[in-house]
Design a protein around this ligand. Structure first.
Ligand SMILES: Cc1cc2nc3c(=O)[nH]c(=O)nc-3n(C[C@H](O)[C@H](O)[C@H](O)COP(=O)(O)OP(=O)(O)OC[C@H]3O[C@@H](n4cnc5c(N)ncnc54)[C@H](O)[C@@H]3O)c2cc1C
Ligand SMILES: NC(=O)C1=CN([C@@H]2O[C@H](COP(=O)(O)OP(=O)(O)OC[C@H]3O[C@@H](n4cnc5c(N)ncnc54)[C@H](OP(=O)(O)O)[C@@H]3O)[C@@H](O)[C@H]2O)C=CC1
Ligand SMILES: O=C(O)C(=O)Cc1c[nH]c2ccccc12
Length: 352
């Protein structure tokens, strides 16, 4: 099949790119490996999830949130917003199409030839679980954060959350709220802030230099949280916005986990060294028993597995949503990519 634009992935980035192209009268086709759009939000996120950034930073191109949407949009309302987006722009992705090489689509081995290929497969394409010696013999339940729905399934259980990014810190909070005896592995420094600080910082970034926004954010963080080193939480030497802008590392936006750590309701553990039956050993020599391990250890991209430029059957290749800037980055990329494709098509038309 010969197409003008093939978009791989029907997450917010793929849907936004389709829409921006459509507004410019450029047809495109969206291919999705799952059986639905926005699969990360529909199938691979936990119940209590809310957007961490205020809605002004999280809308998709050409459609604002409906009036009365809460400032920090809950997961279900975000999904409803995406549903309306898909309906409004009449987007019909082709489902169960997993791209396995840049010129083949799995299943019936359909083949698409496109002038432009847009990679919108997201930064959370594949779960990452580190190999810990002995983990194959663990006698409890092991899961990745993307399969975690709610702490209510763990009431009365001893649960270890591995990883202290936004997922791990929020899942630990949820587990503890639901009566699980909760511990969390924290092995590296990270910034802990709250969503108001991020909102303020994001707004100030339009007027003030990065270092000053970081300095204001850190002053507020110190006032609110105090010194957390005695609880095993250390801050990096570089500021939270500098790390986000330069390295794409997100600060952790506290949902109440720090309070629970201070009260001793969530126990902080160092790096794990090995697992034996239900026992987990840590690098301070301590051994503890657990019923479940939740690996909130992040994701890997899979693009390198299928995207091989030498076998490419498109003239131009673009990426949307792969620059670690969340939904704001998704919208920005989609618009830029669509504008660029429009420009190329126009200049080709003029030449012909
Ligand atoms: C738990 C969680 C919470 C988050 N919260 C926020 C937030 O509050 N604010 C924010 O700005 N960002 C947040 N993010 C970041 C998030 O990645 C983006 O918000 C957004 O989902 C990115 O959209 P995307 O379309 O780039 O990727 P995704 O939503 O991951 O969509 C990519 C799509 O591509 C499909 N796909 C992947 N590989 C293939 C293939 N080979 N063939 C076909 N299809 C494929 C996937 O199935 C998926 O449907 C969060 C991320 C996570 C994990
Ligand atoms: N409401 C929201 O807006 C939410 C947003 N998100 C976003 O989704 C993205 C993914 O977040 P998340 O799922 O938390 O993944 P991240 O990649 O952000 O975090 C992974 C964590 O796992 C740790 N880790 C990895 N390997 C090991 C190991 N062997 N032992 C101990 N710890 C380990 C990492 O620590 P180390 O640094 O030491 O490697 C890090 O703390 C982020 O951009 C995040 O901001 C996630 C949840 C909610
Ligand atoms: O949730 C994430 O990881 C995001 O990437 C959203 C985001 C974009 N810019 C930011 C600045 C500070 C904290 C989170 C984000």
């Amino acid at each position: 099949m010969e197409e003008v634009v093939v978009i791989v992935g029907a997450g917010p980035a793929g849907l936004a790119t389709f829409t921006c192209l459509k507004q410019l009268n450029i047809p495109s086709i969206v291919l999705e490996r799952e059986d639905c759009y926005a699969s990360l939000w529909k199938k691979r996120s936990y119940d209590r999830l809310k957007l961490h950034l205020a809605k002004q930073f999280c809308s998709l191109p050409h459609m604002p949130y409906p009036p009365h949407t809460p400032t920090f949009v809950p997961r279900v309302e975000f999904i409803k917003y995406i549903d309306s987006y898909v309906e409004k722009f009449d987007i019909n992705p082709k489902y169960n199409r997993s791209i396995e090489s840049s010129n083949l689509v799995s299943g019936d081995f359909e083949r698409y030839i496109a002038k432009f290929l847009v990679v919108a497969t997201g930064e959370n394409s594949k779960d990452f679980i580190p190999q810990i010696p002995g983990m194959e013999g663990f006698e409890g339940h092991i899961l990745h954060s993307s399969d975690f729905k709610s702490g209510k399934e763990f009431d009365g259980k001893k649960v270890l959350v591995v990883g202290c990014g936004n997922s791990g810190m929020e899942i630990a909070y949820d587990l503890s709220n639901h009566g699980a005896s909760t511990s969390i592995v924290i092995r590296s420094p990270f910034h802990i802030v709250n969503k108001e600080m991020i909102w303020l910082g994001m707004s100030l970034l339009s007027y003030l230099p990065l270092w000053l926004v970081d300095s204001i954010t850190l002053t507020l963080a110190r006032l609110i949280y105090g010194n957390l080193t005695k609880y095993g939480l250390h801050r990096p030497t570089r500021g939270p916005f500098e790390l986000k802008v330069k390295l794409g590392r997100s600060p952790v936006i506290d949902v109440g986990t720090v309070g629970k750590i201070k009260q001793g309701k969530i126990k902080v553990c160092p790096e794990m060294t090995k697992i034996e039956k239900n026992n987990v050993e840590f690098n301070n020599g301590e051994i503890q028993q657990f019923d479940a391990l939740v690996f909130a250890t992040g994701y890997q991209s899979t693009t390198n597995k299928w995207l091989k430029v030498y076998e490419l059957v498109a003239h131009e290749i673009y990426c949307t949503g792969l620059s670690r800037r969340g939904l704001a980055g998704v919208s920005f990329d989609a618009q830029k990519v669509a504008d660029d494709i429009a420009l190329i098509l126009k200049s080709e038309k003029r030449q012909n």
